[in-house]
Ligand binder design. Structure first.
Ligand code: IMP
Length: 197
């Protein structure tokens, strides 16, 4: 059984990745656990390009493992799908999400419900030990709220309202979010694609 290295340093993501992939891949390591350090400039034009760049950089140092990486973002339709691939860098990487979220809410002032549509998008890339590369993409649809709600999740979760659930993604437990999230869906898709090989 091959081991999987996921190119992230984010512990929350690692928990989600482990819970979804554990039945197929018992050994899943973060970059740190695999003893790999690399800085990748995420200057691709798509989520897929950015995810692939990260996966390739780690795969160059780990030839025996399946290396995966993800890239995600929030697309707000009314704002021409901003911040999109620049979601982490929106208003500056070190700016707090209180401020980023307040800014997005104010840019949406007066925008009616039906035009507040948005989605979280996630692409996952995998580089296999034989050099083959794959990408998958998934999304969760929602709307930009009128105020922050919920204490869970991270980033833009408090302003991302999911009409079917009647909650923001910050009001979901970690398990509930993994079932519906862009990343959860993309991880399950990737697992299915890898099984086909
Ligand atoms: P990353 O590529 O997964 O690191 O995500 C890039 C950025 O997109 C994050 O820094 C957040 O701003 C935003 N983002 C991605 N996924 C989520 C999520 O599940 N909730 C809230 N914000 C997210």
């Amino acid at each position: 059984m091959e081991e999987v290295i996921f190119a992230t340093g984010n512990e929350g993501k690692m928990r989600e990745i482990r819970s979804i992939l554990a039945d197929t891949y018992p050994k899943i390591l973060s970059m740190k656990e695999a003893g790999i350090r690399t800085e990748v400039t995420e200057d691709g034009k798509t989520y897929e390009e950015n995810a692939l760049m990260k996966a390739r950089a780690v795969a160059a140092m780990a030839t025996e493992a399946i290396v995966m990486a993800d890239d995600s973002g929030l697309e707000v339709d009314f704002l021409n799908r901003e911040p999109g691939i620049y979601s982490a860098r929106y208003m500056g990487e070190s700016t707090s999400y209180r401020i980023k979220n307040a800014n997005l809410i104010s840019r949406m002032e007066g925008v009616p419900e039906e035009k507040r549509t948005a989605r979280f998008v996630c692409a996952i890339a995998a580089v296999l030990p034989d050099g083959r590369e794959m990408t998958v993409r998934a999304a969760i649809e929602g709307r930009i709220g009128y105020e922050e709600k919920g204490e869970g999740g991270f980033g833009y979760d408090p302003i991302f309202f999911v009409p079917e659930l009647g909650k923001t993604t910050a009001e979901l437990t970690e398990e509930e979010k993994n079932l519906v999230s862009h990343r959860g869906k993309a991880l399950r898709l990737m697992k299915e694609e890898l099984k086909k090989l």
